[in-house]
Structure formats: C-alpha cells, structure tokens
Design a protein around this ligand. Sequence first.
Ligand code: SF4
Ligand code: SF4
Length: 178
Amino acid sequence: MSSKITAELTSAYDVSEQLTIGKWFRNIWTTITTVTKGMGITFKYVYGVKPVTIEYPEVREELPANSRSRLFNDAENCISCYQCATACPVDCIYITAVRRDKEAPALKTKDGTPIKLDLMQYTIDTALCCYCGLCTTVCPTECLTHTTDYEFAQYTLDEMKYDYLAPDIRSWRDRIVK
Ligand code: SF4
Ligand code: SF4
C-alpha cells in the first residue's frame, strides 16, 4: 500500500517538475514581476508615506486639548470645598484646610468666589488616580483641570504624589498649563 502511494507521488512530482522552455521563461517572468511588485510596495513606504513615528523626545506629540492627562490644581483659586475629593472614586485627593482668620483680608478666586478657608494641603496621588475626570467636572471654580502633559513618570510611588502647594509644582506649571 505504502509503495503504491510512493509511486503515485513520485509520478506526480515528475510530471509537475518537467521543465519546458515556456515554463522556464514564465518562471523568470513571475520572479521579476513579484520581486518588482514587492520592492515597489517597500519603496513606497520608505520614501512616499508620512512617517508614523516621531523622533521622541526631540519631537513631542501634541495631545488633543480635552485629553485627561496630568492633573493640575491652580491652588490660588481653590476654595477648599472638598467636592473633588468627595467625587473621586479612588479617594486619592488629600485636602487640609482651616477657617480663615476673621481679621484676615478678604480673598476671592479669579471668578469672584469668596475664599473662606485657608488651603494647607492639596495632594493628589497620581499613582492611584484613574484619570476619570470626575474631580475636574465638579470643581466650582474650575481651578482643577486635566492638562495634556503625559511626561510625569517617576521612580517611586511616593514621587507620584503631587503637593500642589509645593514650590516645585510651579516649575512645571508654566510648561504644561496653557
Ligand atoms: S481623575 Fe483621578 S483624582 Fe480625579 S476623580 Fe478621577 S481618580 Fe480621582
Ligand atoms: S473642587 Fe476645586 S475648589 Fe473645591 S477643593 Fe477641589 S480643587 Fe478646590
């Protein structure tokens, strides 16, 4: 049985491999056309198509204005209402505020909202944040916003906690807040 199958296969092989002069030229033609077609596609992508990557970090991608990336609290316009912390589903906003001294001069946010509490701490643990945007949605003075900045990787989780009253926050504020 197996010798019969072997014989049939050998016969089929012999027939298909019989090389005529016409088949020889057809093979050459097929080789030339397929290689030309393949290289045509290759060169089209090498020279003719806009690159899909950028030379990061020399070139940086501009994210859409409504991107929900790094959070920023313009703390001078925060009224310590705790609405952002209440709305946060992962409880990663830490606020400490004390009542303002009655004798202290009246303060207002840029939209005219009176500031009745002194903000002592405003920290967001961005390692916990899921960038849902709920905190920015409820903020009555719109001082808490998402920026389009995506370059804030750190080596430790502790460094992912941003204290928005700390001086170093100001150092990146001008770069990322439009
Ligand atoms: S964006 Fe982050 S900080 Fe704001 S509510 Fe969502 S999880 Fe909390
Ligand atoms: S909701 Fe806005 S104003 Fe209220 S505590 Fe949060 S950041 Fe401040």
